[in-house]
Design a protein around this ligand. Structure first.
Ligand SMILES: O=C(O)CCC(=O)C(=O)O
Ligand SMILES: [Fe+2]
Length: 484
């Protein structure tokens, strides 16, 4: 077995005052921060949810649209947040390197506890401009305070108290998240089982060339839910619609990041089907794009979706009465940390993960014949091993669990066995579109289309006319909706 050397500490490197970043830390051009337009204003950042007063819709939107949000009024003493940040800072700033190295994690083993600088076992990846100090904190049997410094006053007490508060908050959030999908409140927790909690303090020294580096490469967290606090420097970014959005540092807030197992569990195939449907319907209607598909009833009941196409009951999973077809899915957030030239930055991430032996598969309540699972089931430990050996590369790991296109075909087939008899079990996307087009013709299911511009409407109506679809006998313009 190849034995990894003790890694170079980024803090040591930064202290040499070097003008150029060494080659192993230089990101390929496509990953460099400067390539992305960053939204800077606070009102376009991730949602901030006041846990004292918030609406279910607000939480749903945050989980659905971002997979990450900040919480305030979370019940964790603010002094404890400061104590945790200060304890971490003391370790990095006040402790001589030789002492820090007595806590070094095993460089040959992924996710071993302690002081480290490279996250991945894989030697080929570009290095992060970060040192970290990781603690195994739960279950209590994993706590080994001897691995935590004793020369920083109250360090061990702070970590224990912080760990307990984070566990309680993660449980509260997982319950709220379950409820927000109409699931029993304990349902995610029951799937996760006994929580494995790690607390990682990340330290990002000033970097001479922040435009070439990343403090932490783009990834989604592997487990169930992550709670993160940061200092006032800022550098955490979340990917939203292809743009990296900087998370505003709020000293009293805790950043909540949905992780991959929550996505595997809460995202049934309906999303994939919906993607195919929207794409297909868009092309069938001759529209550039449609953002959402919704049930007529839901929309009429006051949905906040914009630019939707409304469909009949036939296209919605009957098991989810009242649920808008695209609303069930919560995603894990892809995020990264950027560096800056002038100030060191510190963050503390608390991960809540299942045991390695836990099998995660999509929630039975969200899966049905009409919305088959999107991901295959996975043993969590296998997922972790693959993550650490291959590297996160954004969300490539979770994508590897995706089920195939034929699942969507199966769904369509089940919707109307007669019309889709000719559709093979593993059709190409074109074949799927053709089958869908046949379905439109048969069911005449697109009864109402909310289409923003008249031009688009004309396109669609002329399309229907040319295809001989009996889509509308009479068109009314009511409240901005076109009714057939
Ligand atoms: O430092 C940060 O803001 C991000 C840390 C993080 O994403 C992680 O440790 O997984
Ligand atoms: Fe992370």
């Amino acid at each position: 077995m190849e034995v990894a050397e003790e890694p170079v500490r980024v803090q040591t490197l930064a202290q040499t005052g070097l003008a150029n970043v060494p080659f192993p830390y230089i990101q390929p051009p496509e990953n460099r921060p400067a390539l992305f337009r960053e939204r800077e204003t606070s009102d376009s950042g991730i949602p901030v949810i006041d846990l004292f007063r918030f609406g279910r819709q607000e939480l749903r939107r945050a989980c659905r649209d971002w997979g990450a949000f900040q919480v305030t009024n979370h019940g964790v003493p603010l002094q404890l947040l400061d104590d945790m940040r200060n304890s971490g800072l003391s370790f990095f700033n006040e402790c001589p390197m030789v002492d820090k190295c007595t806590y070094s994690c095993d460089p040959n083993s992924a996710a071993s506890e302690g002081y480290g600088s490279r996250m991945l076992v894989n030697q080929d990846t570009v290095l992060d401009w970060r040192d970290f100090f990781d603690h195994h904190t739960l279950p209590v049997s994993r706590r080994n305070p001897n691995r935590w410094p004793d020369f920083i006053p109250n360090y061990r007490e702070v970590v224990v108290e912080y760990s307990d508060h984070m566990k309680a908050l993660s449980q509260r959030l997982l319950r709220l998240i379950s409820e927000s999908l109409g699931l029993p409140s304990l349902c995610i927790e029951e799937v996760v089982g006994e929580v494995y909690q790690n607390i990682t303090i990340s330290y990002y020294p000033p970097c001479p060339q922040p435009e070439l580096t990343l403090g932490l490469q783009a990834h989604s967290d592997m487990g169930a839910i992550t709670l993160l606090i940061q200092d006032s420097v800022g550098g955490l970014q979340v990917l939203k619609d292809g743009e990296w959005v900087t998370v505003q540092p709020l000293s009293d807030a805790i950043v909540v990041i949905l992780a991959d197992q929550t996505e595997c569990y809460l995202l049934p195939n309906i999303m994939y089907i919906t993607n195919m449907l929207t794409k297909s319907i868009s092309s069938v209607l001759g529209l550039a794009s449609i953002d959402n598909i919704a049930r007529k009833e839901d929309y009429a009941a006051g949905s906040d979706l914009e630019d939707v196409i409304l469909v009949d009951e036939a296209l919605c999973a009957p098991e989810h009465p009242g649920r808008i077809i695209t609303n069930g899915e919560y995603r894990s957030a892809q995020h990264r940390a950027i560096t800056n030239a002038h100030r060191a930055r510190l963050s503390v991430a608390t991960f809540h993960d299942p045991a390695k032996t836990t099998i995660i598969s999509p929630a039975a309540e969200l899966v049905s014949k009409s919305s088959p699972p999107r991901y295959r089931q996975v043993v969590y430990g296998d997922y972790v091993s693959s993550w650490y050996t291959k590297g996160p590369e954004g969300k490539r790991n979770i994508d590897a669990l995706l089920l195939h296109q034929y699942q969507a075909a199966e769904w369509l087939w089940q919707m109307d066995q007669g019309a889709c008899k000719s559709l093979s079990k593993e059709p190409s996307e074109e074949e799927f579109c053709l089958a869908l087009r046949n379905e439109i013709q048969r069911w005449n299911f697109v009864k109402i289309a909310e289409i923003a511009e008249l031009q688009r409407l004309q396109k669609s109506t002329s399309f229907f006319a040319s295809e001989g679809l009996q889509i509308s006998s009479k068109l009314d313009w009511t409240d901005g909706h076109i009714c057939a």
